[in-house]
Design a protein around this ligand. Sequence first.
Ligand SMILES: *Cc1c(COP(=O)(O)O)cnc(C)c1O
Length: 376
Amino acid sequence: MPALDAILNEKIALLTAKGRKRSLIATQREDGVFITRGGKRLVSMSCNDYFGLSQHPEVIEAACAATKKYGAGAGASRLVSGNHLLYEKLEAMLAAEKGTEAAIVFGSGYLANLGTIPALVGKNDLILADKFAHACMLDAAQLSGATVLRFAHNNMSHLRLLLEANRSEHQHCLILTETVFSMDGDRAPLAEIQALAAEFDGWVMTDGAHCVTPAQAGVHSHTQMGTLSKSLGSYGGYVCGSRTLIDYLQTAARSVIYSTALPPASIAAAIAGMEILQRDENLRTKPLANAQYFTQLLGIKLAESAIVPVILEENEKALKASAMLEEAGFYVAAIRPPTVPENTARLRFAFSALYTKAQIEKAAELLLTQGFVCAP
Ligand SMILES: *Cc1c(COP(=O)(O)O)cnc(C)c1O
């Protein structure tokens, strides 16, 4: 056996022993709600396609039409020959939606963070990131070469403490947080973060990958990152901000320069998804309403977003709950460390606009009657 594989096998064995080995399971999505896995049809409550737009006939049609007209791939990076005319339309729509001057689309949300953060700060600078900020923000922070410190989740006194102790030794300061936290569903106190940034001469960048509705009115960070891959049902990422920021990122974000542009189908699908959301105000409110209905049924803290964690602490218990739900026709992923902190293993529900009341009630009832959540 080659030496590298032998070493990797040891690493895999170690991960397996810790219950941290992950595996890919073939899954077919049937529509915005149902998936098929291992021959079983399940209501998926673990998908970030909050409006089922990836399965929407209009979105599919737009992707097919763009492929037929323009081909399957982009052929080059945006700066070389891949800057399809559809980008202009999508970027104008994104900027309008977020109320910013401009927007830039990247190959994915991950690439948006990876390109943007090191373009804004570097050596001699300070990054303060929320403890629960997404892995790709942290990867990007490391890549930037700045000093990276983490503040306790949503803890403003800790953020202040870190600013007081470290800000003056650094040139620039960037605060990183998520608008809606992907594993907890809670929201960052953006107004307070902005105030601290102003007080300490720092900048704020927010990751809004799980915002299903426009950013909260009146509280806009300077640099708003988001994804086309979740509520818009397509693939790709973006940053919205000032004209100057976007002009700069077009030249300075390495993930734009050195990576091939999105396939035309992805851009067209995102445009179609945005058009559907823009004309249907009612649809926009449903993921949160469904999540709140579920939390009321369970008697747990009212949902702040479409994401609801049911925290079961031990890995085993989370896996058991997930298996129990699967037996009853629901797919809800058990999320374990290192994705979440030790002893906070959980079921992570992501509520689609498309679930029926009966589906939500059934999922809640199963958790209550099977003893995973105490009755309210
Ligand atoms: C999913 C996610 C990303 C990455 O976006 P992709 O488009 O899937 O690459 C970034 N940040 C957060 C908070 C996410 O949940």
